[in-house]
Ligand binder design. Structure first.
Ligand SMILES: NC(=O)c1ccc[n+]([C@@H]2O[C@H](COP(=O)([O-])OP(=O)(O)OC[C@H]3O[C@@H](n4cnc5c(N)ncnc54)[C@H](OP(=O)(O)O)[C@@H]3O)[C@@H](O)[C@H]2O)c1
Length: 259
């Protein structure tokens, strides 16, 4: 593998992917909105690891944004061996009281941009008979999540979509992997506007752990990875043993905003 493209690479899990891949001598293409942060990271990776680091600043909620990213990659003569669709955000609160624009932008980033980039790069990879695509979902994709209803819906989509593509492409030479992290230290909870007092009640993992587990799972050609150990495995398996309304009522109590 020579070159990886990572969306949402300016901070958090995406930046951790960029650092780990660069340390393995893989060139990186960094995509996010914050040009300054991307340039700083790219410069650091070039000097620290002697790799090529390209920056494509782009707001992936904008129409045509994914095609612009694909065209920029082609114009620079790059071949993407690994695509990591990591950019995403959530939103906390009662659905009807939250801004509609934020919900729609979330669907555009977490679903539409991910589907478009997957289609654009998968088509190329299949022609070459090689490549890999990692889509970042969440353990929130395994059950409905009151007060994060749209977010959980987007992640359920990413989980189902990617597992289906994994099976479709088993003999194509292209690997697909969907990764479902649990709570992970990053800017995610600030961007989602969770109150500072909110606690998911579980231990947070680091972005670096998510990255390490992902790259191991990719080597083994798993379809799906739930990161974060036993607690997260327990959570994602609960819906197999209880009625759906029992699960969603329990989660509603846990996530209900405190007065
Ligand atoms: N942290 C967790 O607990 C957790 C758990 C499960 C799943 N996840 C998933 O992990 C992924 C990474 O999240 P994170 O935890 O690393 O959160 P983060 O620290 O908030 O990083 C989000 C990244 O997405 C980029 N981004 C946001 N809006 C964008 C847009 N419109 N266009 C392009 N890029 C955009 C951000 O960069 P700019 O602001 O520079 O654009 C940033 O690089 C997300 O898909 C998230 O849903 C996170």
């Amino acid at each position: 593998m020579k070159t990886a493209l990572i969306t949402g690479a300016s901070v958090g899990i995406g930046a951790a992917f960029a650092k780990e891949l660069a340390s393995r001598k893989i060139d990186v293409v960094l995509v996010a909105r914050s040009q300054d942060k991307l340039e700083q990271l790219a410069e650091k990776l070039r000097s620290q690891y002697n790799i090529k680091a390209h920056v494509i600043p782009q707001d992936l909620t904008q129409p045509e944004a994914t095609q612009l990213v694909f065209d920029a990659v082609s114009q620079q003569g790059l071949t993407i061996d690994l695509l990591i669709n990591n950019a995403g955000f959530g939103d906390y609160g009662t659905f009807a009281d939250r801004p509609l624009t934020k919900q729609v932008q979330m669907i555009q980033l977490n679903i539409t941009a991910l589907v478009e980039l997957t289609h654009l790069f998968l088509t190329d990879m299949k022609k070459r008979g090689a490549g890999a695509i990692v889509n970042i979902a969440s353990i929130a994709g395994y059950q409905p999540l009151p007060y994060c209803s749209v977010y959980a819906g987007t992640k359920a989509f990413v989980l189902n979509f990617t597992e289906a593509l994994w099976a479709e492409n088993k003999d194509s030479g292209v690997r697909l992997l969907v990764v479902c992290p649990g709570p992970t230290e990053s800017n995610f909870f600030v961007a989602a506007e969770f109150p500072q007092t909110f606690s998911g009640g579980q231990n947070y993992t680091t972005a670096e752990e998510v990255v390490k587990d992902t790259l191991n799972a990719l080597e083994k050609d798993f379809s799906t990875l739930v990161t974060g150990g036993f607690t997260n495995q327990f959570i994602v398996n609960l819906p197999r043993f209880f009625p759906r309304d029992t699960i969603v009522s329990l989660v509603e109590k846990q996530f209900k905003p405190k007065k």
